[in-house]
Design a binder for this molecule. Structure first.
Ligand code: G
Ligand code: G
Ligand code: MN
Ligand code: NA
Length: 253
């Protein structure tokens, strides 16, 4: 089997799974939602992580079927939650390559018809690595997604392309949340310059921010003292299998 047919077969045989990590209000400890993170369980019990699978799938040209499976599975989870009275939103990572596919929007519309969910509960996390020549196209697509009622999250903020011109574009983008990349949270509380800058950008743009990869009390305390309330990280919980996430964070209603 070639690597690409191995991935396609794994999709068909439902070998992939989504782990869920809670996103919390660090002030009240309330769980606000979950991020869906791709995992590929192997026969030996190990998990292949997205850092390996996603770039490979992009390179081999199978990111679209894989991304479609992730979106559909996320819709199934949201439909089940809606049925069970679980009101949490679910954030899904979207590769820009996937977003730029011709039929991405029509496929998404079709999914929303097949799975009658509140589109506002589906949050798309787009990584900020858009090349300048794609920017206009991406802006148009994000507006369309926002018009469908989906929430748009700018993932890994600070890592990608952020010129002042780009920030100017952000002002008129339908973005609902900015996530500060874990690499900047790692430095807290000592190295706080970048987080301060991102925090002030979010203030100017009037956008809420969430810290990723919060691991220590000291990081959380710094964030709260500087007005950053939303967080995700091992301090609160690791990504968990769906059943474990529900058992821990979704008490029976
Ligand atoms: O779960 P983990 O921390 O290993 O994820 C690493 C990175 O892979 C995350 O930053 C996330 O953005 C990306 N990722 C995780 N799941 C998916 C997915 O389903 N699709 C895409 N495109 N990226 C994902
Ligand atoms: O989409 P993004 O790349 O931000 O996905 C988050 C990734 O970071 C996931 O793969 C998740 O497993 C990982 N992650 C989440 N919280 C923590 C954390 O507190 N510490 C570390 N080292 N990794 C984390
Ligand atoms: Mn993410
Ligand atoms: Na991220």
């Amino acid at each position: 089997l070639t690597q690409e047919s191995e991935i396609l077969l794994a999709i068909e045989q439902r070998q992939f799974t989504l782990f869920l990590q809670p996103q919390v209000d660090m002030q009240t400890h309330q769980v606000l939602g979950a991020e869906a993170l791709l995992r590929w369980p192997q026969r030996d019990g190990s998990l292949v992580l997205p850092a390996e699978v996603i770039p490979l799938a992009e390179e081999l040209g199978v990111i679209v079927p894989l991304g479609n499976w992730v979106l559909e599975e996320s819709c199934r989870i949201l439909a089940r939650w809606q049925h069970q009275g679980i009101k949490l939103p679910l954030a899904v990572n979207i590769s820009v390559l996937q977003l730029l596919q011709q039929d991405f929007i029509s496929h998404l519309k079709q999914l929303l018809v097949q799975h009658p969910i509140d589109p506002g509960k589906l949050q798309l996390e787009i990584t900020e690595t858009v090349r300048i020549n794609d920017l206009e196209q991406v802006l148009g697509l994000l507006r369309e997604l926002h018009d469908l009622g989906l929430s748009i999250v700018l993932d890994d903020f600070g890592m990608g392309y952020s010129s002042l011109n780009y920030l100017n574009h952000l002002k008129c983008l339908p973005i609902d949340l900015i996530k500060i990349d874990k690499s900047f949270i790692d430095g807290l509380p000592q190295d706080d310059a970048i987080v301060r800058i991102i925090s002030s950008i979010s203030g100017v743009l009037n956008l809420p921010i969430m810290a990723e990869g919060v691991e220590t009390d000291a990081q959380r305390d710094w964030l709260l003292q500087h007005g950053i309330r939303y967080g995700q990280g091992f301090l609160f919980a690791e990504p968990l299998a769906r059943e474990a996430f529900e058992a821990r964070f979704c008490p029976p209603v």
